[in-house]
Design a protein around this ligand. Structure first.
Ligand code: MOS
Length: 754
């Protein structure tokens, strides 16, 4: 256990500061927030996937005791605009009209005195549909395919990949696929809305409270200042709570109609269709190499499934094109429209599916070349981004491979497939690379320092269970020379200075920088007061050389004065600082966009002079039963280099969680679709398989030290997503090594190995 009473520095392993509140039930999740006299909402969702509603039969529902209101497009269509689309190409309406875009779309909201009455009435709502034949997924009749337009994402055409492939000595030409996946955070999708004098308060778990506020303001034609969004603790999100969903505005409308707070807790199965998910993808990869293992051609074409109107895509070719030195690169992404809800981001959105394809293909290439898979990565390692010639800000890919390989015992691997056995079990060892771009967002923070040395940090950051409270406290304690218990953190509330979308592994880098800047303002004011006043040990010194450490104002020669004494010189003992931080390379209007709730991060740092990624390497042992073909993954080692780690303790949990998720992704998870009805069939966590304790044995995490002064001033690359990225391919590669069977479609289940 770390010593809680120690002075806290960035990089100190620190228990969650909100941990006690969580385990004692004191921590308030959105649906726990007390509102006076709430009514309860239950959603009615579409039973068809394509068509429109001809009318409702509501008599039975209205007859249920306690029913207060039933919202449908017939009575509220003009009360809220559709939520802003999260990708170009258009929006889906819900109760703005009678149109049905997908199965499980919100078509009515029943409000009642109790949850039970609302549910009973919702189940009694009759709907007359005009149904059309839906298109469910790839290969269905009626899908529409388009080449992705250049927009937020890029594709690459470097050299002549086709000619190089045709001329190559060794080549791989293979197709891969990944399934629909759903985040399934333990905390369900909830919304509580309360109006007061024309102002709205929304309690909802969110990865971006300012974004939700901005979207609602547009939908409800309200001044954003009249909306407050509160999201103090979030019970898992993984991307599913980052994009405004249709439900929120309708709960606000319901509360306004009733003039009474309304609370919604959507059910688990509704969560599959009222929020986003990871799109199904397909890949065609062609790799070519010379006999010595040097890549000569990389072609990666992807297909991503989305809804009818939305062009949502993740375009992971931006990562796969950058992984290895290669003179000839050609990438392309296609969008396939079907009658489905619009997908969105889910943990390492581009990198999980696209790196599964590339890192599987690299393993196939290693086999074809007779070169060890780790050595193949070494031969093609590069310090230069092959897509644009820029240097990597830092790149420790091979350090990760070497550390993880040593820990795993890779040198003891017999490369022949099927050669390693343990009784009835075929044993396979596989590895793969991980990568994730180092993103950053703008942010603002307010830091107050009291005469007792206690600090109070306010920033509308988001703690998705990942440890944001604690990294904020660590950063403030580090910069103000305090102990962790002297810092109070307030986040998740649009009454606080804004922080960006907590996604894309950007949050720690962005919020720590804003907090550090506010702390620097405080340090500077204390130091200036100390050096310009006539009394005290620092009179006449250069304030830039003074630091706050261990409860003291310190000079470089060891001169020190208690902060409390130094503070007295400033303001009579208490001070407050507000700082806005726009990282280098982000647009000058980032802060304005942030206040209005527009996203201010995209892929990358925004910097023009370096390419910045975190890298990792993952090694997995699988056991495949020789007769039943049951697959187990008893051992995994991951090594990651992601610049400065602010809190190694919660970082370890994040990496481990990502690797466990990877076991699920490779071996368990898939949202199954009824191809005739375009409907999810396993929309519950009994049938949507995720790893349980028995599926997870040894998970070892190695944090490879990495100092990166170029990525951003604090050297933080972010760690939230890279833990999952390489796992799919590492497991597929291990299954190949165990069995000689190359499985190119996830998840890898018994039926594919029989
Ligand atoms: Mo995460 S998928 O970037 O919310």
């Amino acid at each position: 256990m770390p010593d809680d009473s120690a002075w806290t520095l960035i990089g100190t392993a620190t228990p969650r500061i909100e941990g006690r509140a969580k385990v004692t039930g004191q921590a308030l999740y959105a649906s726990d927030e007390a509102v006076a006299n709430p009514a309860f909402a239950f959603l009615v969702t579409s039973a068809i996937s394509r068509g429109h509603i001809e009318g409702f039969r509501l008599e039975q529902a209205r007859a249920v005791a306690g029913v207060l209101d039933i919202l449908t497009y017939e009575n509220v269509a003009d009360q809220a605009e559709p939520q802003p689309p999260h990708a170009p190409g258009g929006e889906t309406t819900t109760m703005q009209d009678a149109h049905i875009w997908h199965d499980g779309q919100i078509i009515a909201v029943v409000v009642a005195e109790t949850y039970e009455a609302a549910r009973e009435a919702a189940l009694a709502v009759g709907v007359n549909y005009a149904e059309e034949q839906p298109s469910a997924t790839f290969d269905s009749l009626g899908i529409e395919e388009q080449v992705r337009e250049p927009g937020e994402h890029k594709d690459f055409e470097i050299g002549d990949a086709e000619a190089a492939f045709a001329a190559a000595e060794v080549k791989i030409d293979a197709r891969y696929g990944t399934p629909t996946q759903h985040h399934n955070p333990i905390e369900l999708f909830t919304t509580t809305c309360a109006w007061h004098d024309g102002s709205l308060t929304v309690y909802e778990p969110s990865q971006f409270v300012y974004g939700l506020r901005g979207a609602l303001a547009k939908q409800l034609h309200l001044d954003p200042k009249r909306i407050r969004v509160v999201s103090r603790h979030v019970g898992g999100a993984f991307g599913s709570k980052g994009i405004p969903s249709a439900r929120t505005a309708w709960i606000a409308v319901a509360a306004r109609r009733l003039n009474r707070p309304v609370k919604l807790v959507a059910t688990r199965d509704q969560g599959f269709t009222i929020a986003t998910y990871r799109a199904e993808t397909r890949h065609h990869i062609q790799l070519a190499a010379s006999r010595d293992g040097k890549l000569t051609s990389l072609r990666h074409e992807g297909w991503e499934l989305t809804s009818r109107p939305s062009d949502y895509n993740v375009s992971g070719t931006e990562t796969t094109a950058r992984m290895y030195a290669c003179p000839n690169i050609l990438t392309k992404v296609n969008i396939v429209h079907a009658d489905r809800n619009t997908p969105g981001f889910m943990r390492a959105p581009p990198d999980v599916p696209y790196m599964f394809a590339l890192e599987s293909a690299m393993d196939e290439l290693a086999e074809a070349l007779g070169i060890d898979p780790v050595e193949l990565r070494r031969i093609n390692d590069t310090g230069t981004d092959p897509t644009n010639g820029l240097p990597y800000s830092s790149r420790s890919l091979m350090q990760c491979f070497d550390r993880a390989a040593a820990q795993f015992g890779w040198s003891r691997r017999d490369p022949r497939p099927g050669s390693m056995r343990d009784g009835d079990w075929l044993v396979g060892w596989g590895c793969a690379a991980s990568a994730y771009p180092a993103n950053i967002g703008a942010g603002a923070a307010r830091v107050s320092l009291g005469p007792d040395g206690a600090a109070w940090v306010q920033i509308a950051a988001h703690d998705l269970g990942t440890g944001a409270h604690t990294v904020i406290a660590i950063t403030a304690a580090d910069r103000l020379g305090l102990k962790i218990e002297q810092v109070t953190v307030q986040l998740g509330d649009t009454d606080l200075p804004p922080a960006g979308l907590a996604a894309g592994s950007n949050h720690t880098a962005g919020i720590a920088a804003a907090v550090a800047l506010a702390c620097e303002d405080i340090r500077g004011r204390i130091a200036r007061a100390a050096t310009t006043s006539n009394d005290g040990p620092f009179a006449g010194r250069d304030p830039a050389t003074l630091t706050l450490a261990q409860g003291q104002l310190c000079g470089p020669d060891g001169t020190a004065e208690a902060i409390a004494d130094a503070l007295r010189r400033v303001t009579g003992g208490a001070m407050e600082a507000y700082a806005e931080n726009i990282p280098q390379g982000l647009p000058a209007d980032s802060m304005t966009k942030l206040y209005s709730g527009q996203m201010t991060i995209s892929r990358g740092t925004g910097r023009k002079d370096v390419t910045a990624y975190a890298f990792g390497a993952q090694f997995v042992e699988v056991c495949v039963h020789s007769r039943t073909r049951e697959v187990r993954a008893p051992r995994a080692v991951g090594a990651f280099a992601a610049g400065q780690i602010v809190n190694p303790r919660t970082a370890h949990s994040q990496f481990m969680g990502g690797m466990i998720w990877g076991i699920g992704s490779a071996l368990h998870e898939a949202t199954e679709i009824d191809h005739r009805a375009a409907r999810y069939v396993n929309d519950n966590i009994a049938e949507y398989l995720i790893p349980v304790n028995a599926d997870v044995r040894a998970i070892e995490v190695i944090m490879v030290p990495e100092r990166d002064d170029r990525v951003n001033p604090m050297g933080i690359k972010g760690i939230g997503e890279i833990g999952v990225v390489g796992m799919n391919a590492a497991i597929a590669n291990a299954v190949y090594h165990a069995t000689g069977r190359r499985i190119r479609d996830l998840p890898i289940r018994i039926d594919q190995l029989l």
